[in-house]
Each structure stands twice: as C-alpha cells, then as structure tokens.
Write a protein that binds this ligand. Structure first.
Ligand SMILES: [Fe+2]
Length: 246
C-alpha cells in the first residue's frame, strides 16, 4: 500500500516530505555553517532520500565577512560530493546555487555584473540579515530585476523584525520576491513566532516554495519525525511543492 502512495506524489505520502526537489540546503561539505565534511554530507543526503527527496540544489551561504564563497569554492565542494555519491553508488541528483546575503558585497556583484549562481534559469536564492530589517529593500529588488534575475527570499518567517509586522511579507511579495518557507518553521523548531508567521504566510497565500534549509543531523532528525511530517501534511496540503524545479 505504501508503495502505491510513494509513486503518486499528488497524494502526500505519510512518511515523505512534500517535495522531491529541495531548493535550499547546506549539504555541501566544508564551506559554510552546514555540513563540515563529506561523511556528514552523505548521511544528510541519505536522510533526504529516505524522505522522498531525489534532488537537491544545494545553496551554501555567500556572506562577504563570514562565508566568502564564490563560484569556484562552491563548484569544488559540489564536485567532491558528486564524486563521493558516484563512488558509493548513491543515486541522488545534486547541483548547486547559493544563498546570497543581500549585503553590500551582493550589490557589488550585481553592479559588476558577475554572473550569479542560479537555482534554475534566472532564479536566485537570497536572504536578509537576521539582526535588522535592511534599508532600501525596493532598491535592492530593483537592482536584482534590472540585472535580469528573479529573487526567491529565504525564510521570511524567521526574521524577528517581521513578527507583529506581517504586512512586510505582502510588500516583499508585491515587489517581486518569491517567498520560501522553511519546513522546520512549521514545526516550531525555531520557536513560536516563526511558526505563527509561517502559518500566516500560508493562510494568505504568500508562500511560493518550501525548503529544508538543512544544515546538520539535528535538522534532519526533526524534519523526519512523524510529528513534523504530520504538520507538513496539515499545513501544506496534499500536494507536492517546488515542482517547477523537478
Ligand atoms: Fe540557508
């Protein structure tokens, strides 16, 4: 019976994530605050596979003063993981983009027309600082669109400055950000406020994509727990998300 459900992603299988393609994770080894080494990366991949995910577009941080990654460092880490997957005969598709912090370095990349790492076509994954609401969000989005990119904004529900100020979600969506919810937010893993904000965003149809934003084994453990899967089912419905990336 389970096998039938597993092959039909329209009915949400009881033990699966609501995605086949994860568009936000930190599973590449050794280049940000995610997986520290290849062994961890492989175990995270195996966990994703057990949860029905067959493809990951890994998104290491690019934050100028913390994780100064670039196309080369990300490519090298990706190749390491891909080679190990082949070596261990693990059938999992992995590619890489980045999670761009919208800081001055990011604006410099745009200005200098450095090709950005895209999730698909012209789509990039971006994030805001956690500590403060950035100024001039409209200007930033204008620059992104001017350079021909379509931004996804990672985990808006996690930014503390949006709690009690939900109208910013509507505004960010209006100015062209596709909003990406972290699955873990729905479980309360990051606390009550992000969980509430996540539910608000879903209720108001503000969520375009979901992602694991998986950094380590603890994230995987919570994501895979039956209680979490039940919550995903409850709030995300009987459908598969992120299908344009399959
Ligand atoms: Fe992330």
């Amino acid at each position: 019976m389970l096998g039938i459900f597993k092959s039909n992603r329209l009915s949400h299988p009881v033990d699966y994530f609501p995605i086949r393609t994860d568009i936000h994770s930190h599973i590449l080894p050794g280049i940000d605050d995610g997986s520290p080494d290849l062994t961890t990366s492989i175990s995270l991949v195996k966990g994703l596979m057990e949860s029905g995910v067959s493809r990951s577009i890994a998104t290491p941080h690019i934050i100028s003063d913390l994780y100064p990654n670039n196309a080369e460092s990300i490519h090298n880490a990706l190749e390491k993981l891909k080679n190990e997957l082949v070596k261990q005969q693990i059938d999992f598709e992995v590619s890489a983009a980045a999670e761009y912090m919208m800081d001055s370095y990011f604006l410099e990349l745009l200005q200098k027309k450095v090709p950005l790492l895209t999730i698909k076509n012209n789509i990039i994954l971006t994030e805001f600082p956690f500590a403060f609401m950035p100024d001039h969000v409209e200007d930033i989005s204008f620059s992104i669109f001017t350079e021909g990119y379509q931004p996804i904004l990672a985990h808006p529900e996690r930014y503390g400055y949006t709690h009690g100020n939900y109208k910013v979600y509507h505004r960010w969506a209006e100015i062209g950000f596709h909003l990406q919810l972290n699955l873990l937010s729905l479980t309360g893993y990051y606390g009550n406020e992000p969980a509430k904000a996540a539910r608000y965003m879903l209720k108001h149809d503000l969520v375009t994509y979901v992602g694991t934003d998986m950094h380590h084994a603890r994230h995987l453990e919570v994501l895979k727990s039956p209680a979490s899967i039940k919550i995903f089912h409850e709030y995300l419905g009987n459908k598969e998300w992120n299908t344009i990336f399959n």
